[in-house]
Design a protein around this ligand. Structure first.
Ligand SMILES: Cc1cc2nc3c(=O)[nH]c(=O)nc-3n(C[C@H](O)[C@H](O)[C@H](O)COP(=O)(O)OP(=O)(O)OC[C@H]3O[C@@H](n4cnc5c(N)ncnc54)[C@H](O)[C@@H]3O)c2cc1C
Length: 303
């Protein structure tokens, strides 16, 4: 869906392909499992490739086997957001984007909801029959405001930060290169991602935080050590702190993987409220599909 949107609306993208590599024999079973699970889940054309094929595709990469995913790619995420905004703008009589305005209260009324907001020190409110809560890092707080017990519902989000380091010099890879993911399910491991300009970044790592700030807090050594395993020629001096992001995870520290939730909360006593909780990766890639799913829920409510 995403490639089609990019193609039809001139949003920058490149279908570079991806390899998930086993750097030694102990990782082969892990990546074989990934390939099987991916195919079962409908990921197209995944293929197990050997050392020789890896060398042909990515000569700098050191690995004994890999899963090759020809459909993986990169997009201009800002171009995509701009497209979504322009599309919503065309279909709305008012500007659908209200900036610098914080929802501070959400309450259920006899019919519908009262949404109260703070904007430039001023308090505003709107009434709505349908509320879609997609507040990212604060989606659990919004759910709590309306009266949902977020611990019982397992909606409490745990912030898990990821830093990136960029690489100076000649890009060592053409496609995305991932290690076997860590078993704890917190991340996909520090991987190499070329951007649309051809520059390569490594990341994101994963560590839980309590506070929202986007400083790079990781040590270059962690990145160097992990990247070395599959790109031995990368030098420590060529790695530079780049950006960071924070994931809204349902999986807390030391817990097993938990998938995100997209749900109409009628059975909790909140008809017309749709919650999107814990929308971490691949929330961006899946955004058009999530949009269709939420639209179907809205159509069901309006019936
Ligand atoms: C390091 C990192 C790497 C990632 N890599 C990928 C990737 O490769 N592929 C992929 O598909 N996904 C990736 N993701 C995940 C992707 O970024 C998210 O799934 C996606 O951004 C979630 O979108 P969203 O609209 O649900 O939330 P957000 O993008 O967080 O948007 C939520 C919005 O709600 C607003 N908001 C919050 N609280 C309030 C309030 N009280 N009142 C008003 N507004 C409020 C926020 O300001 C924000 O604008 C990555 C995430 C991270 C952190």
């Amino acid at each position: 869906m995403l490639y089609k949107i990019c193609e039809e609306n001139r949003i920058g993208y490149r279908r570079l392909g991806k390899i998930i590599v086993a750097t030694d024999d102990s990782s082969i079973r892990g990546i074989e499992h990934l390939a099987r699970q991916g195919l079962e889940n409908g990921a197209k054309d995944l293929e197990l490739i050997d050392e020789e094929e890896i060398q042909r595709l990515e000569p700098e990469v050191k690995a004994v086997a890999a899963v090759y995913s020809p459909w993986t790619g990169i997009i201009d995420s800002h171009g995509l957001m701009d497209y979504f905004y322009r599309k919503a703008r065309r279909q709305s009589s008012v500007d659908p984007l209200i900036l610098d305005t914080e929802v501070v209260s959400l309450s259920k009324k006899s019919s519908g909801y009262l949404v109260e907001m703070l904007s430039g020190g001023e308090r505003l409110s709107i009434e709505a029959n349908i509320v879609i809560n997609s507040a990212g890092l604060y989606a659990d707080k919004i759910a709590e405001m309306v009266g949902i017990d977020i611990d019982r519902a397992r909606y409490r989000q745990h912030w898990c930060k990821g830093d990136y380091f960029s690489l100076s010099g000649k890009p060592p890879v053409k496609m995305l290169v991932y290690p076997e993911p860590p078993k704890d399910g917190t991340s996909l491991g520090i991987h190499a991602t070329p951007d649309l300009a051809g520059r390569v970044r490594f990341g994101p790592n994963a560590y839980y935080v309590k506070e929202e700030n986007y400083n790079i807090e990781s040590d270059v050594e962690e990145f160097y050590r992990d990247v070395q395993k599959y790109l031995p020629r990368v030098r420590r001096v060529d790695l530079h702190p780049d950006t960071s992001g924070i994931r809204a995870k349902l999986q807390g520290p030391g817990e097993g993987f938990m998938d995100y939730v997209i749900r109409h909360e009628e059975d909790k006593g909140f008809p017309g409220l749709i919650n999107l909780i814990g929308i971490e990766s691949p929330g961006l890639t899946a955004a058009p599909a999530i949009g269709v799913m939420v639209r179907e829920m809205v159509e069901e409510i309006l019936k």
